[in-house]
Design a protein around this ligand. Structure first.
Ligand code: AMP
Length: 118
């Protein structure tokens, strides 16, 4: 596994290296979680693996535990924020709305959400 936050130009790696400030809500050996700078809901937290992986679709079997770690961290953050109901979003690729190419899961809560999403 590559060292944490290894991509020099990746925005989220730079947040992980503390080069760009963020409101960090959770961190463990493999995962970092911080508030989205442009929240789309009253609670909007991003959960990222410390290993730089650009897209979920580009991950391999070897990365599976890391993806599970992200979801477990997300569950813990949701509990710590007392969210009774929330939405988890992962955009993969530009057409899906991915703008930062470091795998991340959006944790959105604090309001009702429409379905299907746009
Ligand atoms: P996506 O569009 O799915 O790739 O999500 C990227 C998210 O990163 C968006 O919701 C942005 O608002 C968020 N974002 C961009 N820059 C920052 C930043 N400096 N700190 C926290 N969140 C950010």
């Amino acid at each position: 596994m590559s060292p944490p936050f290894a991509d020099a130009s990746c925005l989220f790696c730079r947040i992980g290296r503390r080069e760009i400030p963020a409101k960090i809500v959770f961190e463990n050996e493999h995962v970092l979680a911080f508030h989205d700078v442009a929240p789309k809901a009253p609670t909007h937290v991003l959960v990222i693996p410390k290993t730089h992986l650009a897209r979920i679709s580009e991950t391999s079997e070897a990365d599976t535990a890391l993806l599970v770690d992200c979801l477990a961290a997300l569950r813990g953050v949701a509990r710590s924020l007392s969210l009774e109901s929330y939405r988890v979003v992962a955009n993969d690729g530009a057409d899906a709305g991915q703008s930062v190419f470091h795998v991340h899961f959006h944790l959105l809560g604090g309001r009702a959400f429409a379905w299907p999403p746009g």
